[in-house]
Structures are given as C-alpha cells and as structure tokens.
Design a protein around this ligand. Structure first.
Ligand code: DPP
Ligand code: ZN
Length: 854
C-alpha cells in the first residue's frame, strides 16, 4: 500500500525554475509565502499538479497567475495537494500559496522547529513538505530566494546574503537545488568567523554559529572546515562556490549533521569541543563530519540524487571521501582498522539480519529508515573496491568525468558506474551487484602446497557464497578484489601485495617458483567487505601478527587470535597461550604506533564475539561471552603486569592537551592499558587519573574502567557536579552508566536514570545516550530475564508519537534478536509484538518492527 518502488520512477511532469519564499516567523503561527515558477513538461499532455504537504501545513490561500482557482479543482488528500490539469495554464505560470505552520508543536524535528528558542530546519529527506506545499523530491531543482521576517538577531538561509535590515534578511541561492537542501535558522547566535580564499581567488566568509557562551568551543570546528576546503581542492580539484559558508550548532537534531547548501546545520555534539568536555574520539568525529558535510557540496549538492533509492550515490561517496580525508590528516592504518571495526559492528550486523538491504534498495516504505550503515558505510566500501580495481589514476579520471558530466544533475547509480566504464574501459555489469544485492559474501580460501626441486607451487582456491536475505534468495557471484601478499618462513615478504580479481563462485590462483612454503596474508587492507574463513592455527596467526607488513592484516591476525581464545573460553574449551604471549611482544614493541598497539590490545567487544559464534553456527550465550572476555582481560593484565605498568607510565602525555593524532594515540594506548590494570589494581590507578586529569578523554576512560568493576560512584557524582549545565557532558554521563554497568544491573541502572528530572528524553542526544547506552551493553541488553528488551521497548513506544524517526532508528537494538536462544527470542519477540500492537504507531517504527518480526 505504502511501498515506494524504484521501478516506478517517472520524472516530475512540471519544470520548476525558481522558488521565492517569505517566512514571517512566529513560534506558534509562522506564515510561509511561496511563489513557484512552473511550466508543464509536456504542454500537449496536460497533467494534474501534485504537491506534497504535511498534515500540519494549513493552506490559507492559493493563486495561479494571481487568480484564485475554482475550489473544485483544488483537492487536499493525505499528504498531498492536487490542482487538476483543467485549472492549469498550458504555458509557464506562477503558483502562489500562503500557509500557516506551528514550529512550537514540532517535536519530530522534521521541517521547521524550535530548539532552545532558535528556529531551525531539517528537510532531508522529506521535511520540506512540513514547511509548505511543494514537489518535495530530489530531482526537482530550483534557485531559491528567501526573505525572513523576524526580530531575532541572526537570520540565515542558503546561498549569499542579498539584503539585511532591521527585522528582515534576504538570501539568494543561485545554485538550483532540491528542497531537501533548503535551510533556515533564526535565533540569538554568535559566530566564530574566519575566511578562506579558494585557489581561483574567491574569498569566502566562514562562520560557525553557536549560542552565546559557546564560542570558545567552536574553534576546532572552524579549523576542520578550513582543512576540508583545502583538501577538496588539493585532492579532488573541487572549489567552493558561494561567498559565505555558514555552520550552525543545534542542540535538538535527529541526525549528526546536514549539508544544506551554504548553511550546514550540525548536531551541537559535532561542533562544540574543548579538552574539558570532549574526548579524542569526539575531536576526530568532529573533524570527519565537518569534512563530510563540506564535501557534500560537490557530492550531493552540485550533483544530487534522482530519487531516494540512489541515496548511496551521495552518501557512500561522501563517506569514502571523508575517510580519505581522515587518513590524510591522521594515521591511514589506524583509520582503516577503525572503519572496518565500525563496518563489521554496524553494517555486517545489519546485513546478516532481518533488516538487510542492498546499498541501493529497490523498495521502501519510509525513506528515513534507509539512512543506514549499508547505504553509508557499505556504500563507501563499494567505492573503495572500485578504486582498487581501476587504480588510482582510473579513479581520478572517473571522478573528473563524473563532475564534468553530471554537474547540476540529479543522478543515479547507473550514471556513476557509466563514468567508470567510460573513463577506464572496464565493464562493470557484474560489479553492479554490489549495489543491487544485499548480504555479506562468505569467502573461503583453501591452500594447496606442492613442493618441488625447481621451486614450489602454492594454489589458492577461493569460493564465495552469499546467504539469502529478505526478498533475495538467489545470489550470483560478485567481483571480489582480493589483496594478498606472501610471507616467507623467516618473516620476510616474498611477494608484495597484489590484487586478485575473483569473479566466479569458485576460482583458483597459483604462485610458483617459491622456495619454501609461505604464509598467505590475505584480504590486506580489508580489500573487500566479505567474511573470510580460512583454516589457520593460532601459531600462524601469531606469526602474521609479528611479521605481516600490511597493518590491517597484522591487526586482523591479532583479532583472530583473540577471538579464537574468547570463543574457546566461552565454550568452556581449553585456551591456547598464543594470544596472551603474542600481544605481550607487540605492546613491548616501541617502534609500533601507540594507536595501533592500543587497537591490538583492546579485546573484541562482546557483540563481536557473539557475531563470530553465530557465523560459526553456534548460538551465542551473552553471559558466557561476558565471563570469557572478563577472564581473558584479567589474564592479560596478570601475565603482563610489569610491562603494562611501565607502559602506563611511559604513555603519559606531558604538556597542555592537544587533540592531534600523536597525543591521542598515546592516550588511547594508556587508556587501553588502564582498562586492563583496573581489573587487578582495585581501581587505584583509575581513581588517581580521574582526580588529576583535566581532559574528558581520560576522565571518561577512568570512569568507564571503574564502572565496569562496579565502582566509580564518587567519580560519577563529581562529573555530574562539575558539568550539570553542560548538555553534551551530561549525555556522556547518561550513556556511560548503562553501558559499563555489570550486565545483571544494566537495565535497572538505565531505568533509574530514566526517572530523573534531567532525563530530557525528547532531546534526541539524551534519548540516544541512555537507550543506546543500554543497547551497547551486550549482556545487559540481552539479559535472560528480558529486562533489557522491556526497558527499550517501553521507551520506543513512548518516543514513537513524539519523534518517530528516533524511535525507528533506535529499534535496531533488536535487529539481531533471532540469533539467541529460545528463551531470549521469546522475550524479544514479545517486546517487538508489544510495539507492533500500538494503535497509531508511526509508519517509521511500523516498517522497522514488521521487517524484524517477518
Ligand atoms: N545529513 C546527513 C549526512 O550528511 C544526511 N545527508 O549524511
Ligand atoms: Zn552525508
């Protein structure tokens, strides 16, 4: 009924050339006057004009070329307004409307709403229809001229400022854009300002707008913006194209940030940072998201999407670009490992459950449910594979062609692949399956070694298979770039990295003239988003951890060792010492990047262990997993007590806090060490650190380590007393407690926090902090008594009528429910059914829950 299909696409039957709007702002009765210059696309085939418009939009007047049409020709149904063809001129005409909307009643934060007395907008994907009647689809693009009438001191919209007077501002955006990129902000704001001169000499005024008092926390965002503008010129040859670039920080925001043309709106947690309030991770994210939204100016805004099925056209590419940027700004090896960890934790999880969908879906009910790890992160992986297959030069030629050919277009994945075909001469028909097929391929590798006098031969046979996903049972083989190298028995690399191109379901590759049997280092750099299985004993993994020249593969060998120990322990089987010993050698190696050592020293999370078990056909037991992980951590700490204690001291960072990669790396290693030592030192080091440190990175690390041991109450109180007025720090305070609580208490901890007055749950960040904090506690959320499931379900039901987007998004806590034992499954299903039974449940949450129950 409500399903949208890719196959049904047709162009909008009218051409919209310009949009002029006037906003008379008022908290409860804002008036929006809109004038659309329209023309029928096919004057000889008259069609009805259908505009989108949400239920909260009150139509006050409508004229066509200044005249009021016969009311019989104007029809309001559901979320549309239709003017019948008979009432429309055959040539271009001006459609003018006046509507009334109530921003103060907008708790869903889509369209125009109020956050802390500031007016702001969020229009992607379909928020603009809650502002006025409009063809609210990305392939309808127009120039915008916007007038804002309000007494508030700062009045912003897209494009360039063209008029400012008391109580009025006018903005003109010369670049045709779809409605989802519209933005308006009005409030009592102050700017941190700077400027950037593009390489062709355009001087751009830059502003980061925040609430008065927050200026001293906006400097890092500004630095990040300037770096991003420079990087996009240097690496992609892309320049900025307006006279101003504004960023606004908003406290109530459903997403992370939004790339509106010339006026990016950000969740304040991705703008505001000071050493006392933000962690190293926050700084890195701010830098990455500022870059991401800025990069959208070309990949998203200048070239947008034809329809929302093509969302990964702009998101996959822009994530790929922001990943490249971070690799250039920081450590490429560490960034790749972090990205793969995130991909596995979020996208592989999604791809293996009831919510699996292709990067380019072909159906949806609610597009907001498709802003997913698959569209974003897998979309970026697919581009990484393309680049690996065509090479750096081919990639650069293809991107140049993309920008030349499609500037100003609303494009498709077919257009994207065509530029690669045209620029490189490669046929991408089979490669396209990465976009159209859901599911993570399972890749297996078998080795056959034939020694010979003249030199031995190693044959590697790969097979690929992708399990069925919802509505896709048959899977055809994909193109899989497999990067590998060979390492000799003495640890030297005997064959450097090469990329094998697998296209068949089963395929062999041979290497001959080898002196002795080498160890294969495979899927270097995680060259394809697949689940690899190969038979490897722990001793060989330890060998790779010691000798692999590819940092990702090296880390992966350590990861596999850790997982092998954890899985054995969780199954009550004997555990080899390989991991504990190998990790000792690695962390003692002072020539290795501390951030890399930190990644190797941090044990896989409980969810990751559960996933590995599930992939091996074993039902994960959350309590046994938790116990196994605790015991391995303790074993590590006891075995390497001296080494770890020395490292803890050696990694102390002297001098004032700097958020750069080098200092952050030392802190990350020190904090990883602290997490282990706290298990055996009674919390002594963590308590001392919490007391003396001035930065949030160390405070949170110390607090988390203590909470995991059932301690930390005094530190919680101290943090609260220091930062009760700082929303972003209080979000951390709300999330760390359920996340780090011993599993048996987690749901209860979350429940008592939810009863506090300062649990301002309508704020998306606060809601995500608490509900997401509990869902991130694997054994706590999956508590056998169902307390975690019930708590989350109760809150989803409460949030749904207020902010359906957030409720639907957070419902993904349940997406793995079918992996567990019958008792847990019954309790999770009961919770989901309770949600499904709610009368008037939003379309957003209904779609998610029914896919999960199906
Ligand atoms: N604002 C979201 C992003 O940048 C959606 N476009 O990914
Ligand atoms: Zn994006």
């Amino acid at each position: 009924q409500n399903v949208q299909f890719l196959a049904d696409y047709r162009p909008y039957p009218f051409v919209l050339s310009s949009t002029r709007m006037t906003f008379r702002l008022s908290a409860t009765d804002t008036r929006v006057l809109t004038a659309l210059s329209l023309a029928p696309r096919h004057p000889d085939r008259p069609e009805d004009l259908v505009l989108d418009g949400g239920k909260g939009v009150r139509l006050l007047s409508l004229t066509i070329d200044g005249a009021v049409p016969d009311p019989a020709h104007v029809r309001r149904e559901g979320e549309t307004l239709t003017i019948t063809a008979a009432a429309l001129p055959r040539h271009s005409f001006l459609l003018e409307t006046e509507v009334g909307i109530d921003p103060s009643a907008n708790t869903a934060f889509e369209g125009l709403y109020i956050s802390n007395e500031m007016f702001c907008t969020q229009c992607e994907a379909e928020g603009f229809r809650h502002i006025t009647f409009y063809p609210d689809r990305p392939d309808v693009m127009a120039t915008f001229h916007v007038t804002i009438d309000s007494d508030l001191p700062v009045l912003l919209s897209n494009g360039n400022p063209v008029g400012q007077s008391q109580g009025r501002a006018e903005w003109h955006d010369p670049w045709p854009k779809p409605s989802y990129l519209f933005a308006l902000v009005a409030g009592d704001l102050v700017a941190v300002s700077d400027s950037f001169t593009t390489r062709s000499g355009r001087k751009v005024a830059l502003n980061v707008w925040v609430r008065p008092g927050d200026q001293d926390r906006a400097g890092f965002a500004m630095e990040s913006l300037i770096k991003s503008m420079k990087w996009d010129e240097d690496v992609y040859g892309r320049e900025y194209d307006l006279d101003v670039f504004n960023i606004v920080a908003v406290d109530d925001f459903n997403m992370g940030a939004m790339e509106n043309k010339g006026l990016n709106i950000f969740n304040s947690k991705l703008v505001l940072a000071s050493p006392e309030t933000a962690t190293d991770g926050d700084y890195e994210r701010i830098e990455a998201v500022i870059a991401h939204e800025y990069f959208h100016n070309w990949t998203g805004n200048r070239i947008t999407c034809r329809d929302w099925f093509q969302l990964c056209l702009k998101e996959g590419l822009t994530v790929f670009r922001d990943q490249q940027f971070t690799s250039d700004m920081r450590s490429a090896a560490v960034k790749r490992i972090e990205d793969v960890q995130a991909l596995r934790a979020r996208q592989f999880r999604e791809d293996q459950g009831p919510l699996a969908h292709p990067p380019r879906p072909d159906r949806y009910e609610e597009i907001n449910n498709f802003y997913t790890a698959t569209v974003y992160e897998k979309g970026a992986e697919v581009i990484g594979m393309l680049k690996r297959l065509v090479g750096d030069d081919g990639y650069r030629r293809a991107l140049d062609l993309y920008f030349n050919r499609h500037d100003g277009d609303a494009a498709t994945i077919e257009d994207w692949l065509k530029v690669f075909e045209d620029a490189t001469g490669r046929d991408l028909t089979q490669f396209k399956r990465w976009y159209t097929d859901a599911g993570t391929p399972r890749l297996t590798m078998a080795e056959d070694w034939q020694p010979a006098e003249a030199g031995g031969t190693l044959a590697l046979t790969f097979t690929q298979e992708t399990p069925a996903t919802p509505r896709q049972t048959e899977k055809l083989p994909r193109v899989i770039p497999i990067a590998l190298g060979l390492i000799g028995p003495n640890g030297d690399e005997v064959a450097p990295t090469q990329v094998l191109e697998m296209t068949e379901a089963k395929q062999s590759f041979t290497f001959d003239g080898l002196g002795a049997r080498p160890v294969v280092s495979v899927l270097r750099g995680f060259s394809a988003p697949v689940i690899l299985s190969r038979r490897l004993d722990d001793a060989t993994r330890a060998f790779l951890l010691a000798h692999d020249t590819d940092p990702f593969a090296r880390w992966e060998a350590g990861r596999d060792l850790a997982l092998s120990a954890l899985i054995a322990a969780s199954q009550g089987q004997p555990v080899t010492r390989d991991y504990v010993e190998a990790i000792g050698r690695l962390i003692a190696d002072d020539s290795a990047d501390p951030a890399f050592r930190a990644l190797c020293l941090s044990l896989p999370g409980e969810e990751e262990i559960a996933t590995r078990l599930f992939n091996q056909g074993i039902t994960p037991d959350p309590d046994a997993i938790h116990a196994a992980r605790e015991s391995l951590a303790r074993d590590l700490a006891e075995t390497h007590l001296d080494l770890l204690s020395r490292l803890y001291t050696a990694m102390t960072v002297e001098g004032p806090y700097r958020p750069d990669a080098a200092d952050a790396a030392r802190r990350s290693l020190r904090n990883a060490v602290l997490a282990l030592l706290t298990r055996i030192d009674g919390g002594e080091r963590a308590e001392v650190l919490f007391g003396v440190t001035g930065n949030m990175t160390e405070r949170i690390a110390a607090l988390t380590a203590l909470l995991r041991r059932g301690r930390g109450q005094a530190e919680l109180t101290a943090l609260h007393d220091l930062f009760a007025d700082n929303r972003l720090v209080m979000d951390k305070w709300f999330s760390v407690q359920p996340m780090a609580a011993p599993p048996a208490q987690a749901a209860q901890v979350a429940r008592s926090l939810s009863q506090r007055k300062d649990f301002d749950w309508k704020n998306p960040n606060r809601f995500r902090a608490l509900i997401g904090g509990l869902s991130a506690n694997h054994a706590g959320f999956h508590a056998a008594d169902g307390s975690g499931y019930d708590f989350v379900a109760d809150w989803l039901m409460r949030m749904d009528p207020v902010n359906p987007q957030i409720a639907a998004r957070m419902s993904t806590a349940f997406e793995t429910w079918t992996r567990y034992d019958a008792g847990r499954r019954a309790k999770a299903l009961a919770a989901l059914e309770r949600i499904a039974a709610v009368q008037g449940l939003s379309k957003n949450t209904r779609e998610m829950v029914s896919r999960m129950i199906a």
